[in-house]
Design a protein around this ligand. Structure first.
Ligand code: ATP
Ligand code: MG
Length: 452
């Protein structure tokens, strides 16, 4: 009887190839940008006591009521795989006494788990990058976070995604708006979708977010938050928008944008692909790439002192879908490959490979198969130059260099490695920048400069 290979769990992904490169590019860019904005790195547990999420996210949200992966551990305690970062970071802020660092700017990334219906851009294990500012009630904190998100998207090369911005007001404004929404939707309750009917009393803000065609006709005329904003809440929102303008962050007002979670106050936002753009086409119906807002009410729900905070999270897979094509096409001018021809030169080739890599030049060592296979490997690695070392060359103290673009070949002194490899690559990049034409490869390799 043959043994059947177990399949991966539905909604999980094995990320490989161009997708994995794009994923890594998103994470690396995020790490670079978070350092620019001086956010500190944190590593958080993947699971927490269920109450961390149940209390902070509120029992009425989709995440808590339907999407959590919860289980009892062997001690009978209910634990949950994190469906988001914010609640765990807030828990850590309280249990570790991180108040001493407030305002605390932290960033992290990693896997999250939600029991959702898997589809393109929506998984049961997915990954987020996340940034939070805890202990800052100033609108400048909102602006800094949004500027960081905006710069991240630009550095990822994503230009057709726009910040949609709203305010949910302070607790008082939000309560008044909520009551008005309940009145408004109650009058047409029978015509709403089942889901919206269910949400009506518990979480009427979420109805504004509905994509159901039965709800849509009623959304345009629903009461707007602006009519209920306290003077303070209006002033706060004005400070955020003028700060964004000063920082050069483009935004549009989205009056019906709400966040799914109960703890949000004031600023709420999402970055959404522009209609008809390439990013919109790439994402399909899962359109939001980055979302967040101010959650001044969260710490109290976890038993802490009132602590203002603001944050955002973005799906790495969704961002990777937007950068995927661009990243894949980028040639890597800094890769080289070394090919040994014959067993007698393998150790010398190994020495060359180590010397090149120690100069931080990406290097592929093509040691398998016949010469043709080895050249194919070098080419697939995107090598700009290939260094071919045979017995004869080795005996003469040289290696054959092949320029993979022009097809030129010429010998290089072995003693000139690794500096010669660096010089070759630098010369190349320099010439490409200035538009000047380089002398032939043979001339360039013919007379290495005297070693200092
Ligand atoms: P959605 O409306 O798409 O369900 P959400 O409001 O649940 O999003 P957040 O909790 O704000 O999303 O998470 C922030 C980001 O994480 C989203 O904008 C999206 O990019 C990503 N994300 C959320 N859920 C998933 C998922 N199941 N699979 C992949 N990415 C996700
Ligand atoms: Mg969701």
């Amino acid at each position: 009887m043959s043994k059947k290979t177990p399949q991966a769990i539905r909604g999980t992904q094995d990320i490989f190839g161009a997708d994995a490169e794009a994923f890594a590019f998103v994470v690396e860019t995020f790490e670079r940008v978070r350092r620019l904005y001086r956010f500190r790195r944190v590593e958080m547990p993947v699971f927490e006591k269920t109450e961390v999420f149940a209390r902070s996210l509120g029992e009425t949200t989709d995440v808590v009521s339907k999407e959590m992966y919860s289980f009892d551990d062997r001690g009978g305690e209910s634990l949950t795989l994190r469906p988001e970062f914010t609640a765990g970071i807030a828990r850590a802020f309280l249990t570790n006494g991180w108040q001493q660092y407030a305002p605390l700017k932290v960033a992290t990334h990693g896997p999250l788990f939600r029991y959702e219906r898997p589809q393109k851009g929506r998984y049961r294990q997915f990954h987020q990058i996340d940034a939070e500012v805890i202990g800052a009630g100033e609108p400048q904190a909102d602006v800094e976070l949004l500027a960081m998100a905006d710069q991240l998207l630009k550095e990822l090369g994503i230009a057709d995604v726009t910040l949609h911005l709203n305010t949910l007001g302070d607790a008082e404004s939000r309560e008044a708006w909520r009551a008005a929404l309940i009145d408004y939707f109650r009058a047409v309750k029978d015509q709403l979708s089942e889901e919206s009917q269910e949400r009506l009393e518990k979480n009427p803000l979420r109805i504004l977010d509905s994509k159901d065609p039965r709800d849509k006709p009623f959304l345009a005329d629903a009461p707007k938050i602006d009519a209920f904003l306290s003077e303070e809440a209006s002033a706060f929102f004005a400070a955020v928008t003028s700060g964004l303008d000063a920082a050069g962050v483009k935004w549009v007002r989205a009056e019906s944008l709400v966040r799914g979670l109960d703890y949000y106050r004031h600023t709420a936002f999402e970055f959404i692909p522009d209609e008809g753009s390439a990013s919109a086409a790439a994402l399909g119906t899962q359109s939001t790439v980055l979302g967040g807002g101010r959650y001044d009410g969260l710490m109290e729900s976890l038993g802490g002192a009132p602590t203002p905070a603001v944050g955002w999270a973005a799906g790495i897979e969704r961002l990777a879908m937007l950068v995927g094509a661009a990243e894949d096409a980028k040639p890597d001018d800094w890769t080289v490959a070394v090919i040994p021809v014959g067993e007698g030169v393998e150790l010398e080739a190994q020495r060359i490979v180590a010397a090149i890599r120690s100069e931080r030049i990406p290097c592929e060592y093509a040691y398998r198969g016949n010469m043709k296979k080895r050249m194919q490997k070098a080419s697939a690695a995107g090598a700009r130059y290939v260094f071919i070392l045979g017995d004869e060359e080795f005996a003469q103290g040289v290696v054959t260099v092949r320029d993979m673009r022009s097809g030129e070949q010429a010998p290089m002194q072995l003693s000139w490695i690794p500096q010669g490899v660096l010089d070759l690559l630098f010369e190349n990049t320099g010439a490409e920048h200035s538009g000047e034409k380089l002398p032939s490869l043979a001339e360039r390799l013919g007379s290495p400069p005297p070693r200092a």
